[in-house]
Design a protein around this ligand. Structure first.
Ligand code: MG
Length: 258
């Protein structure tokens, strides 16, 4: 009986420690939109990701001509170039579920409601006007996050390395992940960027970067993984985060891997 109790105690410790490593944590790409046919980057897609208790929900930020920060994937919205259009003109068009074009402020406020589990993964889009404008957008995003005391629930990602470096200049700790896939984990570590978030083809080409990241405590994130075979390969390699359009499928593959 005593041996059984010791065995049970050890089993609990093993199970607890494997749960607490937070590996293979799911990030919904542009929110959890697909299964319920919601608009990508909508408040509804963020809400569904939070309701699924996902570890992360990603979204994209642009700055309008009059300095509003809006959530949209493409550089244009209803054929209007966001960076060259005022917010009032953009917001005349609703998303297909009737929502208005969300702002960063609204996204953060929704993210703070009944949310214990979901990090908001904030992609700051590189400016198509100038590098300087992109860096200014980064500062305005950071100011907004700070204004609503949301620093702890936000992680920043960008294809523009200068945007990440700009945020690092004003915050020494926040999570920054680089998207482009053209720098090794050691290279980004020198600039105090904390993570790589690369397309899965980059890690297929550079499998040595997986170990290099782990050895150097660089966060490993990967996009956009929708195919079950690729999911299984990543689950085996124990990434910190996996970004997907198919969070429900990925959840199932993770469960199957135990
Ligand atoms: Mg994105």
């Amino acid at each position: 009986m005593k041996i059984f109790r010791i065995f049970l105690f050890m089993l609990i410790i093993v199970v607890f420690s494997s749960c607490s490593t937070n590996k293979n944590a799911i990030v919904a790409h542009r929110g959890a939109w697909k299964t319920n046919n919601l608009p990508e980057n909508s408040i509804a897609a963020l809400r569904h990701a939070i309701d699924l208790k996902l570890p992360g929900s990603e979204f994209d930020v642009w700055r309008t001509a009059d300095d509003s920060l809006v959530i949209n994937h493409d550089a244009h919205y209803n054929k209007l170039i966001i960076e060259e259009t005022k917010y009032a003109d953009l917001s005349k068009f609703t998303l297909f579920n009737g929502e208005k074009l969300p702002t960063l402020r609204e996204y953060i406020l929704e993210g703070k409601k009944n949310n214990k589990y979901t990090t908001l993964v904030c992609e700051i889009k590189p400016s198509e006007i100038s590098k300087e404008r992109g860096k200014m957008t980064a500062l305005k995003v950071f100011e907004t996050v700070k204004k609503f005391n949301a620093e702890k629930m936000i992680s920043y990602i960008s294809f523009d390395y200068e945007i990440l470096k700009q945020i690092r200049e004003i915050d020494s700790k926040t999570s920054l992940q680089y998207l482009e896939g053209n720098k090794s984990p050691l290279e980004i570590k020198k600039d105090k960027i904390t993570g790589v978030d690369y397309h899965y083809s980059v890690f297929k080409k550079h499998p040595e970067w997986i170990k290099e990241a782990k050895d150097n405590k660089i966060t490993l994130n990967i996009w956009t993984v929708n195919d079950a075979d690729v999911m299984d390969w990543i689950i085996d390699n124990k990434f910190d985060y996996i970004t997907t359009n198919e969070p429900e499928l990925l959840n199932q593959r993770i469960k199957n891997s135990f």
